[in-house]
Design a protein around this ligand. Structure first.
Ligand code: AP5
Length: 224
């Protein structure tokens, strides 16, 4: 089977996690989310988590030395043999270069970088209504994608929580960091012919349908 090695790009709150969960179900690929990996490390109070928390709480990127090794090892694991959905990595040109070399070393190549585009004012509104299951990472929105029962996960009934870095002041800082450090990746992947853009202001189901159609086409092309 052709591999599907996908990257999700976009500002905080664009819907990367929301779409990654759906794509994982559609295509049976592991969802590798740097934010989730770091939050699990923070909750477990590991050395990685303690180091990462200092940066996450103020909306800055954790240093490459803290995150890159973890992710590059993860994409080489067995369950990612047929592909992966990378959410939150790369976030800088250095990270993109490291990912490119690692993938090449494994004799593989990226299939596409999927950009979910959303303006800053929409991001701020969305993030204030986000709720998540702290164990599974499943994401909801109090207005746009509500759980069946308020503040409870549809699947396991756990209490939904708000993320520590979802305060408006921290979200605004995360946006500044996105524009400065991550946005250059749009041109980077465009030059490589890998960029696909999606309007992230449409509903979650519409965005999903557009992305799924694009990936199905890419998959067919890979198989030809
Ligand atoms: P991370 O967890 O990756 O956060 P992020 O990129 O800022 O993205 P978010 O998780 O906030 O948003 P999302 O795009 O996934 O949107 P979601 O689907 O939840 O990173 C957190 C921190 O970790 C960083 O700040 C940094 O410190 C560190 N970090 C992570 N990776 C790193 C790296 N590579 N290098 C260095 N540091 C790193 O949707 C948001 C809300 O909107 C939800 O409530 C959802 O229900 C709703 N929604 C989604 N889609 C729609 C829609 N189409 N319409 C209406 N509502 C929608």
């Amino acid at each position: 089977m052709a591999e599907l090695n996908l990257i999700l790009l976009g500002p905080p709150g664009a819907g990367k996690g929301t779409q990654a969960n759906r794509l994982t179900e559609d295509f049976g690929l592991p969802h590798i989310a740097t934010g989730d990996i770091l939050r699990a490390a923070v909750a477990a109070q590991t050395a990685l988590g303690q180091e990462a928390k200092r940066y996450m709480d103020v909306g800055e990127l954790v240093p490459d030395s803290v995150i890159s090794g973890v992710i590059l090892e993860r994409v080489a694991e067995d369950d990612a043999r047929d592909g992966f959905v990378l959410d939150g990595f790369p976030r800088t040109v250095d990270q993109a270069n490291s990912l490119g070399s690692e993938i090449e070393k494994l004799g593989r190549r990226l299939t596409a970088a999927l950009l979910i585009d959303v303006p800053d004012d929409v991001v701020v509104k969305r993030i204030s209504g986000r709720r998540m299951n702290p164990t599974t990472g499943r994401i909801y929105h109090v207005d746009f994608d509500p759980p069946k029962q308020a503040d409870r996960d549809d699947e396991d009934g756990s209490e939904l929580v708000q993320r520590d870095d979802d305060k408006e002041e921290t979200v605004r800082k995360r946006l500044v960091v996105y524009h400065q450090q991550t946005e250059p990746l749009i041109g980077y992947y465009e030059q490589l012919g890998l960029l696909r853009r999606f309007d992230g202001t449409a509903s979650p189901s519409e965005v999903h349908a557009h992305i799924r159609a694009t990936i199905s086409t890419l998959k067919l092309e890979e198989e030809l």
